[in-house]
Design a protein around this ligand. Structure first.
Ligand SMILES: Nc1ncnc2c1ncn2[C@@H]1O[C@H](COP(=O)(O)OP(=O)(O)OP(=O)(O)O)[C@@H](O)[C@H]1O
Ligand SMILES: [Mg+2]
Length: 302
């Protein structure tokens, strides 16, 4: 809607986990390197956790691109609310197993022979499960058993479990002890800090065709980081709404008032801590907005 107005060739803050817009922050770089290393060195289980909207699915998309480029076969389950039967059926579809896909025994036999063939040809196979915090215990147990399949060169099936922080907590439970012991690599994602948030926003806008953007001032970028806690999905949503508001007001500069309106519309909750207020002296006071007063003055000061 606003692309032509700002000079974008495409939407900079699309909500889809598109690797074309990947911002290589240190933590995302490390997570992706871990996923790739884990697969290549046949580590078996790899766990990727993180707050909602921090980029887990985006990392998995990047991994899938890598696996495709290396012609490594993989199954990718994105709906983790499955029964054991559905799990095996989905697995057999994804790996294109030629057998009665409704029979767990047949699926297991076929999978085993395919994994053996591939392993003896020096190739590995990957199972990616997103939203793994939703997996039922009995499905997780089947996954653990699949992770046991190995030959002398290492695990034959590399299993990547990605999910929200409940996944970490779930794996701490006594009944998951065996699985927890088998996790060879773990990585975690969190929100961006101020510098990363600014670099992330600038990189997305540059990727969409607007280099050296002046829509968001440095102080506004800081405020976006604070209100979003650096969570990429929230940053995208805030920036998209800000651009839309600025467009509607026919200006190419977003303001703190617009940010107040956008975050109120989003019902965004963020800490309104006293320490932060003290950090930025509030002049002049705007009593109706406890948080806004310091931030307004900061933006106006620039
Ligand atoms: N490193 C990154 N580079 C570019 N965009 C990113 C990055 N990390 C996250 N995003 C963007 O943030 C949004 C949320 O990312 P994603 O869906 O991958 O998060 P998630 O951790 O899987 O969330 P959920 O917990 O809800 O499944 C997406 O629009 C994605 O494009
Ligand atoms: Mg996700």
């Amino acid at each position: 809607m606003y692309n032509a107005f700002f000079g974008f060739t495409q939407n900079p803050f699309n909500m889809s986990p598109d690797p074309a817009f990947l911002f290589r922050s240190a933590q995302h770089e490390e997570a992706l390197a871990n996923l790739i290393y884990g697969v290549q060195s046949r580590k078996g289980f790899i766990v990727l956790t993180g707050e909602v909207g921090t980029g887990k699915t985006t990392m998995l998309e990047c991994l899938r691109d890598f696996l495709n480029s290396q012609q490594i076969a993989f199954a990718s389950l994105f709906n983790s609310r499955l029964t054991v039967d559905q799990f095996f059926e989905m697995l057999s579809y994804d790996l294109d197993l030629r057998c009665n896909r409704r029979s767990k025994t047949e699926v297991l036999l076929t999978l085993n022979s395919i994994l053996l063939d591939r392993a003896s040809a020096g190739r590995t196979t990957v199972l990616i499960v997103d939203e793994a915090h939703n997996l039922d215990w009995d499905v997780l147990e089947e996954i653990r058993l699949l992770g046991n399949l190995e030959n002398r060169r290492g695990k034959m099936l590399q299993i990547i479990l990605a999910g929200q922080q409940e996944l970490d907590r779930k794996l701490e439970a006594p009944e998951f002890r065996q699985l927890k012991q088998r996790i060879a690599l773990r990585c975690a994602l969190k929100g961006f800090d101020r510098e990363e948030t600014a670099a992330y926003i600038n990189s997305r806008m540059a990727r969409a065709g607007l280099r050296d953007q002046a829509v968001f001032s440095p102080a506004l970028l800081d405020e976006i980081q604070f209100r979003s806690q650096g969570i990429p999905r929230l940053i995208n949503s805030i920036c998209d709404n800000l651009l839309l508001t600025a467009f509607a007001m026919e200006t190419r500069k977003a303001t703190l008032e617009m940010l107040d309106e956008v975050t109120a519309d989003m019902r965004l909750e963020y800490p309104k801590d006293g320490a932060r207020e003290a950090h930025f002296p509030a002049t002049p006071p705007f009593p109706e907005r406890a948080l806004g007063e310091t931030a307004v003055s900061r933006v106006r000061r620039l």
